[in-house]
Design a protein around this ligand. Structure first.
Ligand SMILES: Cc1cc2nc3c(=O)[nH]c(=O)nc-3n(C[C@H](O)[C@H](O)[C@H](O)COP(=O)(O)OP(=O)(O)OC[C@H]3O[C@@H](n4cnc5c(N)ncnc54)[C@H](O)[C@@H]3O)c2cc1C
Length: 281
């Protein structure tokens, strides 16, 4: 990929000079669901309205939020809550949209995803944050690889959008998006359009575990040959990894139980990458 900046950019209106963030890091706040957008057979986008006065959600890239709903009371009459982390789909601080999106996959019997899938526009959800995961700094490296499995695409989207929206950020990105079948690929038209509009800066490869007839991309499980195609050479860029535990474990080893990064193991270690080269979401 060449370093020249393409003309077309991610559609993001300019950030106001004095942004007012909705999130304050400590309080649970209620956000009203505005719209639901179908993505595929098990995943939808839930679009929430920012509260009056806020111009952005207030997330550093890349961060997640905590979501909760009350699930009855305990024996002492104290409220019980189900709490889960989610990664807003795009970085709302990129522009004044008055709203933000959560991309959520439904897990059969999963309390939070079932609760959210039962919501209708006008319903409210309690959200707290942000929880900063990785503090992206423009041009901190020339090249990055983003390796995502399933809904692990969400923090990658924050990084991609942050970089493509900043005319001064020349970082080149390679996304490897791994899914079970073709219909599991989330946001594919959007990702393809980014590749078309930013050919010098963004490329995507899809890997399917169980491809159907006619699939002419790579198939099988993630493995060094696929990673080799995507990753900068060790020491020359960063590799971001996000997905189910078994996926992350095979690629670079899981995070520690206290959620610190831990050492790099798995394929990336075998390929020569160290803790400096890898970030696990
Ligand atoms: C930092 C972080 C950010 C996240 N961001 C998102 C996001 O943007 N969108 C999104 O849809 N989810 C995201 N998740 C997962 C989310 O927090 C919940 O775990 C998920 O929605 C299931 O919650 P639940 O209460 O419905 O089901 P649970 O009762 O928690 O789980 C139901 C079943 O699904 C399985 N399961 C749960 N989560 C996963 C997973 N990620 N991969 C594979 N199997 C899983 C469980 O093992 C269980 O069998 C994120 C998780 C983390 C840790």
């Amino acid at each position: 990929m060449s370093a020249s900046k393409p003309a077309a950019r991610v559609v993001a209106p300019p950030r106001p000079e004095n942004p007012v963030p909705a999130l304050n890091g400590k309080d649970w706040q209620e956000f009203t669901l505005k719209r639901i957008v179908d993505v595929n057979y098990n995943t939808k986008i839930f679009r929430f309205r920012l509260p009056a006065g806020a111009t952005e959600l207030g997330l550093p890239t890349a961060s997640c939020v905590l979501v909760r709903f009350q699930d009855g009371v305990d024996a002492k009459g104290k409220k019980k809550f189900v709490v889960r982390p989610y990664t807003p789909l795009e970085d709302p601080s990129l522009g004044v949209t008055g709203e933000f999106d959560l991309l959520i996959k439904h897990y059969e019997g999963g309390p939070m995803s079932t609760h959210i899938f039962n919501m209708v526009p006008g319903d409210k959800l309690q959200i707290k944050g942000p929880i900063a995961k990785y503090q992206w700094k423009k041009n901190e490296t020339k090249e990055i690889a983003l390796i995502a499995g399933g809904t692990g695409i969400t923090p990658m989207l924050q990084i991609i959008q942050r970089i493509l929206s900043d005319p001064e950020d020349m970082t080149r990105m390679s996304l490897t998006f791994c899914n079970v079948t073709e219909r599991d690929i989330l946001m594919r038209p959007y990702l393809d359009s980014l590749q078309t509009n930013h050919p010098n800066q963004f490329r995507v490869q899809y890997l399917l575990e169980k491809p159907t007839a006619g699939w002419n991309g790579p198939s099988g499980l993630i493995r060094p040959e696929i990673l080799n195609r995507a990753c900068p050479t060790p020491g020359n860029g960063k590799v971001f990894v996000c997905g189910p535990d078994g996926f992350v474990k095979a690629i670079c080893g899981n995070k520690n139980p206290d959620l610190s990064q831990g050492t790099v193991s798995g394929y990336l270690k075998d390929m020569g990458y160290t803790e400096n080269d890898v970030y696990k979401f």
